[in-house]
Design a protein around this ligand. Structure first.
Ligand code: NAP
Length: 489
């Protein structure tokens, strides 16, 4: 049955991942309770609810990859597994009273600015309508799975699924499994499936650079100390932050420094793989850091086993029960697992967000996504993106960036209320200059050294990463800079 209600709120947040929940907590703390959170699923957690493949864990230490206002002394490991991160987000939602604000099973279909009432109109798949003065998108950039266009895939008679849609009821024991992709997700699940499978063919297009993962279990004593003296956990958090932040020097300002990382990664290959042919196959031929640097202690040993083949020839065709590579070699397959990542370059589909004069955001972004401070877009007033264009990181915790963005939006709301502004819209010149400057800084970064990655779109524009230190971003977003916005009372 269609839901035809219309509900009015001051702020509408989309999504319940780190971004949406963090924004909700900030509004609660500021006693701005007139807000709604729209969630497409029936639970909170965003990417940490949706990605539950075996081995899924964060690749930034958990003591940092968590909210500054909600330390968790009980992380079981330095890099907590997905169920713990999901439980952490559920805990945050419950503890801070966000569940009553959340409308579950509300997949946003359209977000449209209505000039006549200076409000956003949000319609969901269920037919409900929400009217809000301010919209905060916490939809994330990596949520729509990307599938390779494989010739003949429609004829395949076996089981096929994407890492994000893992079917835990499907037994992998004794199966001939083809894994496509060798990115951040695949390197986590491949070591988990290899012991179960009869055979694994790993279709690798580009080998990633991988360094050792400094993971370990947290001891009972450490957890106790963190609980009794929270400053100790804060000190650890700060130490991790500083250690990771130093890497921006190499990634952004002086890619040659990254040679040290490359040597470490080459040593990792030599130490973990005995087979010379395999070592060669998994050694990248692009600059260290150009694509996301991965961390793992169990990926290479998983590949160095007799029932695992790394296939580098590419796929010519999929048949009913096999895959044929570009050399014409046919391999039997029962199961295909796509570790082929997400549509990072088009995070917002066409027909979803319409700003002033009915302009579709995707049409406005002719050259690819961009935003002022990664958050605001000219002609889309009172709309803020969290984890928006060019605020992703290759070197530190996204939660730090998200908290910076939330502080910016909160200061905007404060100033809007204080000055009785109904509308704030970033000035076109500010928007253009910011994005010119961002692209110019990215020109010298390691991500522009010629590899193909989801950081950079088909036009060669890096639409995803922040070109600098995260503390610089925090400084820039510490206060809402009203002078750069056109305001309407
Ligand atoms: P990804 O890093 O984009 O890797 C996708 C893999 O699939 C790459 O090896 C890619 O090869 C390959 N591929 C894509 N299309 C292909 C095609 N048509 N034919 C053959 N191979 C193809 O995706 P992901 O592993 O899902 O990770 C995505 C992002 O999610 C990560 O970069 C990271 O930001 C995040 N993530 C984070 C964690 C964490 O621990 N926090 C864990 C998982 C994921 P090419 O390299 O040649 O393109």
């Amino acid at each position: 049955m269609q839901n035809t209600t219309v509900q009015h709120f001051d702020v509408a947040i989309v999504g319940t991942g780190f971004s949406g929940l963090g924004m909700g907590v900030a509004l609660k703390k500021a006693k701005k309770n007139n807000f709604v959170i729209l969630e497409k699923a029936n639970d909170v957690g965003g990417t940490w609810r949706d990605n539950h493949y075996p081995g899924c864990a964060c690749d930034v230490p958990s003591h940092l990859y968590s909210f500054s206002f909600e330390p968790n002394p009980n992380w079981s490991r330095m890099f907590a597994p997905q169920p713990e991160i999901k439980a952490y987000l559920q805990h945050v939602a419950h503890k801070h009273g966000l569940i009553p604000h959340t409308r579950f099973n509300q997949e946003v279909r359209e977000v449209r600015y209505d000039e006549s009432i200076k409000r956003w109109k949000i319609t969901t798949k269920s037919g409900a309508t929400y009217i809000a003065r301010v919209v905060v998108s916490g939809m994330g950039g990596l949520s729509t799975p990307s599938y390779p266009a494989l010739k003949g895939i429609e004829n395949f008679k076996g089981k096929a699924f994407h890492s994000q849609d893992w079917d835990h009821n499907y037994p992998l024991e004794g199966k001939n499994i083809a894994v496509i992709g060798t990115g951040a997700s695949a390197i986590q699940f491949v070591p988990q499936i290899v012991p179960k499978a009869a055979h694994v063919d790993l279709y690798q297009r580009t080998p990633p650079w991988i360094v050792p993962k400094p993971d370990r279990a947290m001891t009972a004593a450490e957890k106790k100390i963190f609980k009794l003296i929270p400053q100790t956990q804060e000190a650890l958090r700060n130490a991790i932050y500083t250690q990771l932040e130093v890497r921006a020097l190499g990634f952004v300002f002086s890619p040659r420094v990254l040679k040290v990382g490359e040597l470490m990664a080459r040593r990792h290959i030599r130490k973990q793989i005995s087979n010379k042919e395999l070592r060669k196959k998994v050694t990248p031929d692009f600059s260290f850091g150009c694509k996301r640097v991965l961390i793992s202690n169990d990926y290479y040993p998983a590949l160095d086993q007799p029932h695992v083949d790394v296939v580098t020839q590419g796929i010519r065709e999929v048949r009913e029960h096999s895959i044929v590579d570009s050399n014409g070699v046919e391999r039997p397959v029962d199961t295909i697992i796509y570790g082929t990542g997400f549509k990072a370059q088009d995070p917002i589909p066409k027909g979803a967000i319409f700003g002033r004069n009915g302009v579709d955001l995707v049409d406005f972004w002719k050259e690819g996504p961009e935003a002022y401070l990664g958050a605001a877009i000219t002609g889309f007033p009172n709309l803020f993106m969290l984890m928006g264009p060019n605020t992703g990181l290759g070197h530190n915790s996204m939660v730090y960036m998200i908290e910076s963005q939330i502080a910016y939006v909160m200061d905007c709301l404060k100033q809007m209320d204080k000055n009785n502004w109904q509308v704030v819209d970033v000035k076109p010149d500010t928007y253009a200059e910011f994005n010119r400057d961002t692209q110019s800084k990215l020109g010298g970064a390691v991500w522009s050294t010629g590899c193909q990655s989801w950081y950079v779109n088909a036009n060669g524009k890096n639409t995803t990463l922040w070109p600098g230190f995260t503390f610089d971003y925090r400084r820039k977003t510490a206060q809402f800079d009203a002078k750069n916005y056109q305001v309407e009372r």
